[in-house]
Write a protein that binds this ligand. Structure first.
Ligand code: ADP
Ligand code: AMP
Length: 215
């Protein structure tokens, strides 16, 4: 299963990807997670990406295309993968197409999560992430048993720097300008599957798995 999860920031891509990883045993490739790891490790790429990420802007196509191309060639992607947060621009989508053609690994589907803007803002402002294992939560919609503490590993939960109201607004603008056109791109490739992302987390997961059964 080779899949792209498409959708604006806060649509639920990471949440759904984590459950698909469990279900299908294939890796999640999140460019956001990879870039945040590079920032933490203070690699040259991380240092370059940090300013863009803090501002809610996109990191350059060349950087993200490079990290995804390398990642896709690792052994654990041979049985499939779930791309989360990539591609985000038409040039990224074109580059991905070239890479996957060369690797003889065509995509099976592009699942686009449809969520209203007001809900995105509420989801992003309430998002919390475990500092230790990376598991995602929401203070209202997916709350941990104990406030501020991860259910899975007891790590402490933090709020991402770019999940502040002002940065969120900019990220949503960037999405509409640069990423939304990918729906037409993948529609033209007959790969696009739209899913109602407004439903509860478990219902969205059911919708995705139902459509993956028939592709
Ligand atoms: P993305 O990866 O698309 O940016 P996330 O998966 O991190 O989005 O989800 C953003 C926030 O919204 C998280 O706090 C998550 O718990 C919450 N969330 C995800 N899906 C839903 C849903 N279907 N209903 C309500 N909240 C959701
Ligand atoms: P995310 O975790 O997907 O919300 O991504 C967090 C931030 O990482 C984004 O706001 C961008 O600055 C950067 N980023 C992640 N994926 C990409 C991508 N495919 N292209 C450019 N920038 C990206």
């Amino acid at each position: 299963m080779r899949l792209i999860l498409l959708g604006p920031p806060g649509a639920g891509k990471g949440t759904q990807a984590a459950q698909l990883v469990e279900r299908y045993g294939i890796p999640q490739i999140s460019t956001g997670d990879m870039l945040r790891a590079a920032v933490r490790a203070q690699t040259p790429m991380g240092l370059e990406a940090k300013a863009c990420m803090d501002a809610g802007a996109l990191v350059t196509d060349a950087v993200v295309v490079g990290i995804v191309r390398e990642r896709l060639q690792q052994q654990d992607c041979a049985q499939g993968f779930i791309l989360d947060g990539f591609p985000r621009t038409i040039p990224q989508a074109e580059a991905l197409k070239g890479t996957l053609t060369a690797l003889e690994m065509p995509l099976d589907a592009v699942v686009s999560l449809q969520v209203e803007t007001n809900a995105l803002v509420e989801r992003l402002t309430g998002r919390r992430t475990c500092r230790n294992c990376g598991r995602g939560y929401h203070i209202r919609f997916d709350a941990p048993a104990k406030e501020g503490v991860c259910d899975a590993c007891a790590g402490d939960l933090f709020q991402r720097d770019d999940d502040q109201a002002e940065t969120i607004r900019h990220r949503l603008e960037v999405y509409h300008q640069q990423t939304a056109p990918l729906e037409d791109f993948y529609q033209a490739e007959s790969l696009l599957k739209k899913v109602d992302g407004m439903a509860p987390i478990a219902v969205v997961q059911q919708q995705i798995t139902a459509l993956l059964q028939v592709i």
